[in-house]
Design a protein around this ligand. Structure first.
Ligand code: CTP
Ligand code: MG
Length: 231
């Protein structure tokens, strides 16, 4: 299975001077944790890390310090996540039929989740990992007034991995570029093209490390997970 890891962001909401994926979490970079989960997956054998060239020396150093028998490629990303994934898709080997896309910033995803998605993606055109939302979600207009309260039972929080048939996802990306669609995940492109996207059970602990608070929460989750592993 082919895996693309978008890792070309700036981490603006983290407020750090550089890519947040190079920040340290319990002695290892966020990206190292993400890569280690991918290394432990039974199905993934090719990993494309999508990054900004300025970060490549750090990425290289990181990869050389980790042991794996999987193929790893560094791919130059773009100015948005959508653009980065587009470039990642162009860099896939031609024989790739399905692809999983997993954000570098979701560094707590387990190998089991990656494997669950890898097993499912060969059976459907598109899928995402997601969890039921815990908060009540409000639709609010620009004047700050609530317009709607959607039934929470129908609401799911999208995560990654997301997985797709490569040919279809490439077509959706092309159409999105032509029509100027701006989306924050790949499933949205699929949906806009009228293609079905299945939901696979995600993990409550699979948070996207976005702000400094997330980093502290991630540290706690990881510490607990390591204790469990040892005990
Ligand atoms: N990403 C990417 N290319 C971009 C922007 C984002 O590959 N041009 C990646 C990030 O590295 C991250 C994932 O997409 O792994 C999810 O993005 P996000 O959490 O928003 O990360 P950043 O864009 O780095 O953070 P921010 O939006 O706060 O600047
Ligand atoms: Mg971003």
């Amino acid at each position: 299975m082919y895996l693309l890891i978008p890792a070309a962001g700036m981490g603006r909401r983290m407020g750090s001077q550089r890519n947040k994926l190079l920040l340290t979490l319990l002695g290892k970079s966020l990206l190292s944790w993400t890569l280690e989960a991918a290394f432990k997956s039974h199905y993934i054998n090719w990993i494309g890390i999508i990054g900004q060239p300025v970060d490549f020396p750090d990425f290289q150093k990181m990869i050389s310090g980790l042991s794996t028998n999987k193929s790893i490629e560094l791919i130059e990303g773009g100015s948005t996540r959508q653009e980065s994934v587009y470039k990642g898709l162009q860099a896939l080997p031609p024989e790739a039929e399905q692809v999983l896309i997993h954000d570098g910033a979701r560094c707590l995803a387990t190998p089991e989740l990656l494997d669950r998605c890898a097993e499912e993606v060969v059976k459907c055109p598109g899928l995402i990992a997601a969890v039921p939302v815990k908060d009540t979600i409000k639709v609010v207009d620009s004047s700050g007034l609530i317009q709607d309260t959607p039934d929470r039972r129908n609401l799911w929080a999208a995560q990654t991995p997301q997985g797709f048939e490569v040919k279809l996802l490439k077509e959706c990306h092309e159409k999105g570029r032509q029509l100027g669609w701006e989306v924050t995940d790949d499933a949205a492109l699929f949906e806009k093209c009228g293609l079905p996207v299945k939901v696979v059970a995600g993990e409550e602990t699979n948070l996207k490390v976005t702000t400094p608070v997330d980093l502290r929460v991630a540290e706690f989750i990881l510490t607990e997970a390591l204790k469990k592993e040892e005990g």
